[in-house]
Design a binder for this molecule. Structure first.
Ligand code: B1M
Length: 214
């Protein structure tokens, strides 16, 4: 059994005992972000499939999520960081009614390590809080995350509210239930062309942030 296989199983089983030692072993073979992207997210994918098929109960999904978070926290100090002035500010939130935050927090880490100031509001954020934070922190970009199908509807409603409120900030949307088509059609209709973009993953989010700043 390779260390990659062991780590993947740890995510699936929610097994944190000796996690750090396995992560250290893996870091001797590949960089921390690669461990997350190839090994750990692979495990989370299996968890999602098992849960979706009714083969895994919610408390165990929670254990897997906690293991994933512990792994990311262990790896984070070992990631490469860009030094220097902060390039721009993004206000980041998981939308109202949604507690999923692993993806959002990965986006936070990757943007922070690449020189952005990230104001991470957390989960279940109503649009009023997002708008207020965007104004208060003079955000250059607002990022919304959500994994539930109903969160995609909330995102569109949020964009409508932001339009009514006259918020003039580009928006980045991400999360497993979104599709590019939904963002580029429905969300663009709610907020305007060239003002809202779909990020497939955290690295896509970074490229889009870089594009806004350039
Ligand atoms: Co939930 N859950 N969950 N869950 N959960 C899903 C999303 C689900 C698809 C599972 C399934 O059925 N197969 C399903 C949604 C179904 C739907 O809406 N159609 C589901 C459900 C149903 C639920 C509950 C309703 C279950 C219940 O209570 N009966 C409940 C919802 C509670 C709520 O939100 N109100 C619930 C709860 C939970 C836990 C608390 C147990 C836990 C979350 C813990 C936490 O996040 N702190 C959990 C988990 C872990 C999952 C799965 C298994 C894994 C999610 C995850 O962390 N993936 C998930 C299955 C799946 O996604 N297929 C599932 C890893 C993460 C890195 O990926 O967040 O997609 P993701 O982020 C990606 C990209 O999407 C992107 O970058 C990341 C990778 O680079 N990205 C962005 C994300 N946000 C971005 C923002 C950006 C840019 C990119 O810029 C702003």
């Amino acid at each position: 059994e390779t260390v990659e296989e062991r780590l993947k199983l740890r995510i699936i089983d929610g097994d944190r005992e000796g996690l750090g030692a396995d992560l250290d072993e893996a870091m001797a073979k590949m960089p921390p972000l690669e461990i997350i992207n190839t090994v750990l997210l692979d495990g989370m994918k299996v968890v999602g499939e098992l849960f979706g098929a009714g083969k895994m109960q919610l408390p165990f999904v929670l254990q897997s999520a906690e293991t994933m978070k512990a792994a990311v926290a262990w790896l984070e100090p070992h990631m490469e960081k860009v030094e220097g002035e902060q390039k721009a500010t993004i206000v980041l939130a998981t939308v109202k009614g949604d507690v999923h935050d692993i993806g959002k927090n990965l986006v936070d880490i990757i943007l922070t390590n690449n020189g952005y100031r990230v104001v991470n509001l957390g989960i279940k954020q109503p649009v009023a809080s997002i708008i207020q934070a965007a104004r208060e922190h003079r955000a250059d970009v607002v990022g919304m995350s959500g994994l539930l199908v109903k969160s995609t509807v909330i995102m569109r409603e949020n964009l409508e509210e932001m339009t009514r409120e006259g918020l003039d900030v580009p928006v980045l949307l991400g999360g497993a239930a979104l599709t590019r088509k939904y963002v580029e059609e429905d969300c663009v209709a709610a907020y305007g062309a060239g003002r809202v973009a779909y990020a497939r993953d955290a690295f896509d989010g970074l490229s889009l942030m870089n594009a806004v700043v350039d």
